[in-house]
Design a protein around this ligand. Structure first.
Ligand code: GDP
Length: 295
């Protein structure tokens, strides 16, 4: 995960650690390298620039130059700032409803259906939760079948109504079914499209307005880099979602989405997907991710 970025940051900071004397000039040079590494990892230029400016200010403010181990202090400053940029403290999902309704949003192929299954399994393992998965893709019968396969894999009931073309009606019927059958979490998997379009946005907004979910999650493929951030922005403007799920972090992703998304939409990344299997889900901890990136 983020091997390229880690290597580049390591080499940028290594120069500083190796120097006998640290000067304002080589701090500036190091931070320029850090900025380049972030931009290469697909972090938006302005975010990368603001990031290094803040680190520089803090470094000079804290008298890093006179510190006993200035190199290590710089690494810590970069790590802390990276943690902040990715969201500070980890945040859970709102499960206060009975049933708690969780709405999945995102483009087709982002990993919504897979994540819905993973989340159902994760919650089911908590013992006090009895989830219900709901298939709301009224355009692709194959998507409904896929959710049934996922449901079987995690041993969670799936609610679907193949003849019904109205996702709001399906969602309402599913919530009624959940109440009648003791399900305390309802996970609604919605239809996505290959790119943002008005029909999809109107549909997901309608479901959101009518159902008033306790938690709306935006699922995005981390491999799509800056596009992931732009798509997040568009969905957030319409849905004001509660959190981001970043999938496919097990792939050859450069890291830009993980680093920038929080600062662009001001919503936390809540979980990450690290594989196709149903247990390949991790709670997102910004501090741990920063540790991983900086080695
Ligand atoms: P949806 O169209 O948004 O419902 O996306 P799917 O759940 O069908 O996922 C699209 C593809 O991405 C499938 O082949 C999944 O197996 C795969 N996928 C989903 N999440 C992950 C992940 O975290 N890692 C990897 N490697 N593949 C994933």
């Amino acid at each position: 995960m983020f091997d390229n970025l880690s290597e580049k940051l390591d080499s940028a900071l290594h120069v500083l650690k190796g120097h006998g004397q640290i000067t304002e000039v080589n701090v500036a040079e190091t931070l320029k390298e850090v900025r380049r590494a972030l931009v290469d990892a697909d972090v938006n230029y302005k975010i990368a620039k603001d990031f290094t400016n803040v680190v520089k200010k803090k470094a000079l403010g804290q008298d890093v130059l006179k510190a006993l181990k200035p190199g290590q202090m710089m690494v810590k400053l970069v790590k802390d700032e990276l943690t902040d940029l990715m969201g500070g403290e980890a945040e859970g999902i709102n499960l206060s409803g009975d049933p708690s309704v969780i709405l999945m949003s995102g483009l087709q192929g982002s990993g919504k259906t897979t994540f819905s299954g993973k989340l159902a399994k994760y919650l089911k393992n908590k013992k006090t939760k009895k989830p219900l998965l709901v298939a709301c893709d009224v355009y692709r019968p194959a998507a409904i079948d896929q959710l049934h396969v996922v449901g079987e894999q995690v041993d969670v009931e799936v609610f679907s109504d193949k003849g019904n073309q109205d996702p709001v009606a399906i969602s309402k019927a599913a919530i009624a079914h959940a109440k009648a059958n003791g399900h305390n979490v309802v996970i609604i998997d919605t239809a996505g499209r290959l790119a943002v379009d008005e029909v999809m946005m109107t549909e997901i907004s309608n479901i959101h307005n009518e159902i008033k979910p306790h938690e709306t999650l935006f699922v995005v493929d981390s491999m799509t880099g800056q596009d992931a951030v732009n798509t997040a922005k568009t969905f957030n403007e319409r849905l004001n979602f509660d959190g981001v799920i970043l999938t496919k972090l097990d792939g050859d992703t450069r890291g830009g989405a993980a680093i920038s998304i929080k600062s662009v939409v001001n919503k936390p990344i809540k979980f990450i997907g690290t594989g196709e299997k149903m247990d390949a889900l991790d709670v997102f901890y910004p501090g741990r991710m920063a540790d991983r990136i900086l080695g």
